[in-house]
Design a protein around this ligand. Structure first.
Ligand code: AP5
Length: 219
């Protein structure tokens, strides 16, 4: 099972990808998480990426392709994976074809559909565990204990790129640079559109249904 999640910022890619990875026992590969780890570790990549991410822009393709190439070469990705946040540009999508093999029959692309006006509210109320990456929402899915992660007990914080200004920039970049990627996969008839509005469990059920044979293909 090789799955790509596409969706605007705050559409629930990370939330749902974590659940799906645990259900299918395959790695959840989030380029956003990998970059945030690099920033926290103070690596060269992290120092280059931090200001770009904070501004809501995209990190250069060559850096991202290198990261994914290395990650997918690891043994745990051999049986399947969920890619969350990659590819985000047509250049990245074409390179991914070379990495996983063009026409890869097991590849499924899920596009989470959430209107822009719902996104800003979701993101400005999002909180993320600084240690394990667990995702919360102050209204829909709050941690039991204020700013403490239910899972690991570390601090739960707002991401530096979750300001309204950065979110609007990320949305603009999604429409301009990532929507063509959705069209790219639609043309290959491997894109499935999933309504991302509704309770978390309902969206998860829709995702599972879209993955079973006979699920609605958007093409
Ligand atoms: P990344 O971390 O990938 O950010 P993103 O795509 O903007 O997505 P988010 O993590 O903001 O949202 P999400 O869809 O995962 O939603 P979530 O589940 O958290 O990338 C960050 C940055 O890194 C980029 O801006 C870029 O700079 C760089 N980058 C990463 N990959 C790159 C690449 N390939 N190329 C270039 N640059 C790259 O949910 C959001 C909130 O909503 C949460 O609070 C959640 O609890 C809540 N929620 C979820 N589902 C629901 C629901 N059904 N109803 C109500 N609330 C919900």
């Amino acid at each position: 099972m090789k799955i790509i999640f596409i969706g605007p910022p705050g559409s629930g890619k990370g939330t749902q990808a974590k659940r799906l990875a645990s259900r299918f026992d395959i790695p959840h590969i989030s380029t956003g998480d990998m970059l945030r780890e690099a920033v926290a570790d103070g690596t060269e990549l992290g120092r280059e990426a931090a200001p770009i991410m904070a501004a809501g822009a995209l990190v250069p393709d060559d850096l991202m392709i290198g990261i994914i190439n290395d990650r997918l070469a690891k043994p745990d990705a051999g049986q399947g994976f969920i890619l969350d946040g990659f590819p985000r540009t047509l250049v990245q999508a074409e390179k991914l074809d070379n990495i996983v093999g063009n026409g890869q029959p097991a590849l499924r692309v899920l596009q989470l559909l959430v209107p822009d006006d719902a996104i800003v509210r979701r993101i400005t109320l999002r909180r993320t565990c600084a240690q394990c990456g667990a995702i919360y929402h102050l209204e829909n899915n709050p941690p039991a204990n204020d700013s403490v992660c239910d899972r690991c007990g570390a601090e739960v914080i707002a991401r530096p790129d979750d300001t309204e200004e950065a979110v609007r920039k990320r949305l603009e970049s999604f429409h301009r640079q990532t929507m063509p990627v959705a069209t790219y996969y639609k043309t290959k008839s491997i894109l499935r559109e999933v309504d991302g509005v509704g309770p978390l469990d309902v969206v998860f059920e829709r995702i599972e249904q879209s993955l079973v044979a006979g699920g609605k293909l958007s093409a």
